[in-house]
Ligand binder design. Structure first.
Ligand code: BDR
Ligand code: CA
Length: 310
C-alpha cells in the first residue's frame, strides 16, 4: 500500500511542532506541504517555527506556505502564556534563523495541491481554521475533492481551555470554524475530550536522553510549557493535542469516532467559538463530523515516543 498523502495547516506552537515531527517520522504518511496561520503566535512566527522544525528534521524540501495573519472577522489573540513568546518555549533563541524560505498564499496552495491530487489528500488542521475556511470560500468544490479533513479543535463534553466552553483553535476564529464544520466535508474532529487524555510527561522526555540534536531541541522546546502545566494544571507535562490529530491518520484504530451534528456558536458573549454538539437521543440533525470520543492513550503515547523521542 502506498503512503497516505497529507497536507498540514499549523500555528506552530509547541504541540504543532511535535505534530510535524510525528507526521514526518511516520512512514505511513507523505507530507506534501505545510501551510501556516496565526494562532498560538502571529503567522510570521508560526512560519519561522515551522521552517526551523523542518530543518531540525532534515525535511526542508517540504514546501511551507504562509497564510492568514488574522481571523476572518475578529482581532487575533495568541497563547504566548502556554507556548512562550516565540511559540516554541524560548528555544528559538538558541538556533540560527532558518535559512529556508516560505511561500505566500496558503489557501491558494491548498487548493492547487488538492486539484493536482483529487480524492487523494488528507488535510490535517491543528490551528485556527482561517486558511481552511478561506479555501472553502474560494473553491468549495475543490475542497470536496479532499479524501478527508482532520481538525484538532473544540470541547464536546468537557470544559474549554480558553473559556468555560471554548477551545483555543475554535475560539480564535469562530467564523472560520463555523464555515469548516458547515461545509459538508468528510471531517474528523479531534477535540479536547480526547487530546487532554494524552499527556507527554517531563519524565518521558528525560528518559529519551539528550543524545541527538533533535532530542535537545525537543527538551528545550517543551520545558516552559511543561512548567506552565505543572504550575497551573498540577502535572509536569503537556497535552499532545496536535500530535493526536496526526496519530488518528497514522492509525485510526487509536480512537473511537461517533457521528455527530456539531455547529459553532459565533454570537455568544461568553461562548463564541463553542462547539455545540446535538447530543439529544432523538436528534434528527444530520451529522457534520465524526467526533473522536475515546482514545487508547497509552498506545498513542507509545507510538509518539518511539517515533519522535527515540
Ligand atoms: C490547541 O490550541 C493550541 O494552543 C494548540 O496548539 C492546539 O492546537 C489546543 O486547544
Ligand atoms: Ca495548534
Amino acid at each position: 500500500m502506498g503512503r497516505r498523502r497529507v497536507l498540514l495547516d499549523v500555528d506552530t506552537g509547541v504541540d504543532d511542532g511535535l505534530a510535524l515531527m510525528l507526521a514526518i517520522r511516520s512512514p505511513e504518511l507523505e507530507v506534501l506541504g505545510i501551510t501556516t496561520v496565526s494562532g498560538n503566535v502571529p503567522v510570521a512566527r508560526s512560519t519561522a517555527n515551522t521552517l526551523l522544525v523542518l530543518e531540525m528534521l532534515g525535511a526542508s524540501t517540504i514546501p511551507v506556505v504562509a497564510g492568514a495573519a488574522a481571523p476572518l472577522a475578529r482581532e487575533p489573540f495568541t497563547a504566548a502564556e502556554v507556548h512562550g513568546s516565540d511559540g516554541l518555549g524560548g528555544v528559538t533563541q538558541q538556533y540560527p534563523a532558518p535559512s529556508s524560505r516560505a511561500g505566500q498564499g496558503a489557501a491558494e496552495f491548498l487548493l492547487e495541491t488538492i486539484r493536482r491530487f483529487p480524492g487523494e489528500l488528507t488535510l490535517i488542521a491543528t490551528g485556527p481554521l482561517t486558511n481552511v475556511a478561506t479555501a472553502i470560500q474560494r473553491d468549495a468544490e475543490a475542497m470536496h475533492r479532499l479524501r478527508g479533513v482532520t481538525v484538532m479543535g473544540g470541547a464536546i463534553r468537557v470544559p474549554g481551555n480558553v473559556g468555560p466552553t471554548t477551545e483555543f483553535n475554535f475560539a480564535v476564529d469562530p467564523e472560520a470554524a463555523a464555515i469548516v464544520l458547515g461545509a459538508g466535508l468528510l471531517l474528523t474532529l479531534v477535540p479536547l475530550d480526547v487530546t487532554e487524555q494524552v499527556i507527554l510527561s517531563r519524565q518521558d522526555v528525560d528518559e529519551a536522553g539528550d543524545g541527538g540534536p533533535l532530542q535537545g531541541f525537543i527538551r528545550g522546546m517543551t520545558a516552559a510549557t511543561m512548567a506552565f502545566h505543572r504550575d497551573h494544571e498540577g502535572f509536569d507535562g503537556m497535552f499532545l493535542h496536535d500530535p493526536l490529530a496526526v496519530g488518528v491518520i497514522v492509525d485510526p484504530s487509536l480512537v473511537r469516532g461517533q457521528a455527530m451534528a456539531v455547529a459553532i456558536e459565533c454570537r455568544g458573549e461568553l461562548t463564541a467559538g463553542m462547539a455545540v454538539a446535538d447530543l439529544r437521543r432523538r436528534s434528527r440533525t444530520a451529522p457534520t463530523a465524526t467526533v473522536c470520543v475515546e482514545v487508547e492513550a497509552a498506545r498513542f503515547l507509545h507510538l509518539f515516543t518511539q517515533r519522535v523521542l527515540r
